[in-house]
Design a binder for this molecule. Structure first.
Ligand code: GAL
Length: 681
């Protein structure tokens, strides 16, 4: 459906749809006088902008009182944008309820686990489960959809905004009621719930549904399955809100695709986007770089996972920043070249749209120091020149539009339920970080120049010769079967510490760890050996391990030990094992090796699958390569991860962007990106 959107944005000279990449931003004209809008559209044309998201925070403006509507200004904005060739991704405006609504209905305000109310004054101060909020929000959606159905500027719907950014966990009485309904749907009987929650423990047995509460602040660790179910429920409650808005939009504007902006980015964990993806007509994502030693890897990882969630199909980068944000402790400006490299890394991973928060930097409000496409300085600025240059580059990349990612031989499995379950409290260690472990593997592969797809559970594993499943903690009987089948059919599975340990109820698979994966891996662990913070152990021939160790006994013939512990309590015992299965293998890494240790180990793990790098040895680790393939051809993206010029020799193809050097080498400027068409469509 993203193709429908792209073709609405541009027509070829013959009037036929000529898809190109979309380029734009959140546009908040309500913050500016009318004369500024004229300059906005002129600059949008100059920058090559062809789409903007409008109305995201305009509820108070379009509905200034319960029964008063004011669409005149928005009509004007829509008409003006259309007249200037800019399509509109129109927001349903429900993200931030207006003061009149919260004053009349304070019962829509979210409540923390400590019983504190989150008051109005910022944004997203609504309970996902409030029937009163839902009624008012849906009324607004209906008014907007009815008014703009058929408007030529309208190319997509933008439901709410970053659902769950600030309000995913609400512990109010509305949430308690909805949680009970959700639990009834999941378990049907109290007996089943009591079993799943293990309520024989600590006298927690429920004898009436009304006794059940969200996991509010308690005297000690709340029931772990209650916590896990509350996470599932909270993600589902927002998904339900998304669906409710979407149904109205589909009813009134059946031809307009509907999306909402996900947040596959650092620090956001509450929404199971793998589960949400089927609810939208195309996947859209927001991503902000959190500066740090691995921020390059993280950006690529998030973009890659977004592509995985989108099933490898093109997706929409709804927000990122041209330079600094306003919400980190210190907000760093981007260096020259970073704006384009960040954007094009997303495109390399399947984005068909590059959009920013926001078009014009605000003069007032909490985000006035957040960068934008038009900065406070105005259009006569290096930043706006970089924005315009990126618009030109995106135009030259028009043939890429619509192409999908070419599956990589390696897949990294990313599983929201394991993320949630593995990091709960009262565990062997509180230092485990699911996302960091997954990123370690990804970084190691990047440093070796090996392409990998990050895919959610449920994706077709058979597309990858190797599947790496870091900390796959929660494994259902079906998933265990699927992984076994995968290795029997020739696939090579690699998993790590604390995997296979619990089922969907967070009950331990008994008989020895790694529980559900014990037979497949051919090992048995009687006791975990987590390490104190800062303590490491030697893993012979590999590096040092941190965080975790296991006391492993090899149980199945055909299981080899790839590396032993050299020091610590497990010295001399297996640290890394691999069992040969019918044609494939199942390997286990029992400690946190970090990106460097994993880079040392990976060649041995990948060897039976015959997987290696496609890049010339001298650029591995310095250049990231991705491949997209579609009607316009096969495209090789080369992203320079360094601040120096890098020449990539031995490539053939048409260079769409990036330089050419001696003997046809593709020359990447510092932080530069090149795109080659290696075959035509
Ligand atoms: C996003 C949000 C935008 C803006 C941006 C700032 O979370 O959707 O409205 O606040 O962050 O980085």
């Amino acid at each position: 459906m993203i193709s429908t959107l792209l073709s609405r944005l541009s027509r070829g000279t013959d009037g036929a749809p000529a898809p190109r990449l979309a380029y734009g931003a959140d546009y908040n004209p309500e913050q500016w006088p009318r004369e500024v809008w004229e300059e906005d559209v002129r600059l949008m044309r100059e920058a090559g902008v062809n789409i903007v998201s409008v109305g995201i925070f305009s509820w108070a403006r379009v509905q200034p009182a319960a029964d008063v509507w004011d669409f005149g200004w928005l009509d004007d904005v829509m008409d003006l944008l259309h007249a200037n060739g800019v399509g509109v991704d129109l927001a349903t405006a429900t993200a931030s309820p207006p003061p009149w609504l919260t004053t009349a209905h304070p019962e829509i305000l979210p409540v923390t686990d400590r019983g504190e109310t989150l008051w109005p004054g910022a944004r997203q101060h609504w309970r996902p489960t409030s029937p009163v909020f839902r009624e008012h929000a849906l009324r607004l959606v209906r008014e907007l959809a009815a008014r703009y159905a058929g408007h030529p500027a309208l190319v997509a719907w933008h439901v709410s905004n970053e659902l769950g950014c600030h309000n995913v966990y609400d512990y109010s009485d509305d949430a308690a009621r909805a949680f009970r309904d959700w639990l009834r749907g999941r378990y049907a009987t109290l007996d089943a719930l009591n079993h799943a929650w293990g309520t024989a423990f600590w006298s927690q047995r429920y004898s009436d549904w009304e006794q059940i509460l969200p996991p509010r602040l308690a005297a000690s660790h709340p029931n772990p399955t209650q916590q896990l179910d509350f996470k599932r429920f909270s993600s589902d409650a927002l998904k339900d809100h998304l669906r409710a808005e979407r149904e109205i939009l589909r009813e009134l504007t059946p031809d307009i695709p509907v999306t909402t902006n996900f947040m596959v980015m650092p620090g956001i964990k509450g929404m199971n986007y793998a589960d949400w993806a089927a609810e939208v007509d195309f996947v859209a994502n927001d991503h902000y770089v959190v500066p740090g030693p691995r921020d390059r890897d993280e950006l690529s990882f998030s973009a890659n996972l977004t592509s995985g969630i989108a099933g490898g199909r093109p997706w929409f980068l709804m927000e990122h920043s041209t330079s600094a944000v306003n919400w980190q402790p210190v907000n760093l400006a981007k260096e020259p070249g970073e704006l384009a490299r960040d954007s094009l890394t997303h495109v390399a991973h399947g984005a068909d749209a590059v959009c920013f928060f926001q078009w014009r930097q605000s003069a007032a409000g909490a985000e006035k120091y957040h960068s934008a496409m038009v900065p406070h300085t105005g259009a006569d600025s290096d930043l706006f020149r970089a924005v315009t240059a990126l618009g030109d580059t995106l135009r030259t990349l028009a043939p890429v539009a619509g192409s999908e990612r070419e599956p990589a031989e390696v897949g990294i499995l990313f599983d929201w339920e394991s993320w949630w379950a593995s990091e709960q409290d009262s565990h062997p260690t509180s230092l485990l970080d699911y996302h960091r472990e997954a990123l370690d593997w990804y970084s190691a592969l990047l440093s070796l120049g090996i392409r990998a797809d990050v895919v959610p559970t449920g994706a077709d594993l058979g597309r990858h010769r190797v599947v790496i499943a870091p900390v796959l903690h929660l494994v259902t009987a079906e998933l265990a079967k699927e992984l076994t089948r995968y290795t029997e059919q020739g696939g090579h599975l690699v998993t790590t510490y604390f995997s296979g340990v619990v089922d969907e109820n967070d009950h331990v698979w008994l008989g020895g760890y790694p529980g559900a994966l014990r037979d497949l891996l051919g090992i048995r662990i009687e006791e975990f050996g987590p390490l104190p913070d800062g303590r490491t152990v030697e893993v012979e021939g590999v590096g040092s391990g941190a965080l975790w160790t296991d006391r492993i006994t090899v149980t199945a013939p055909g299981t080899e030990v790839l590396a032993h512990y050299g020091t610590g309590a497990q010295a001399g015992r297996p640290a890394v094992t691999r069992r040969a299965t019918g044609g494939g293998s199942a390997a286990y890494v029992s400690t946190r090796l970090g990106a460097d240790g994993l880079a040392a180990l990976l060649p041995r793990l990948l060897e039976p699958a015959g997987v290696g790098s496609d890049l010339p040895a001298e650029v591995r680790g310095r250049v990231e390569a991705t491949v997209r393939r579609g009607p316009g051809g096969r495209f090789l993206f080369l992203v320079n991860r360094t601040d120096e010029t890098v020449a990539v020799p031995g490539l053939t193809g048409q260079v769409l962007t990036g330089g050419t050097g001696d003997e046809g080498a593709v020359v990447l400027a510092p932080r530069g990106v090149a795109v080659l068409r290696t075959t035509t469509g």
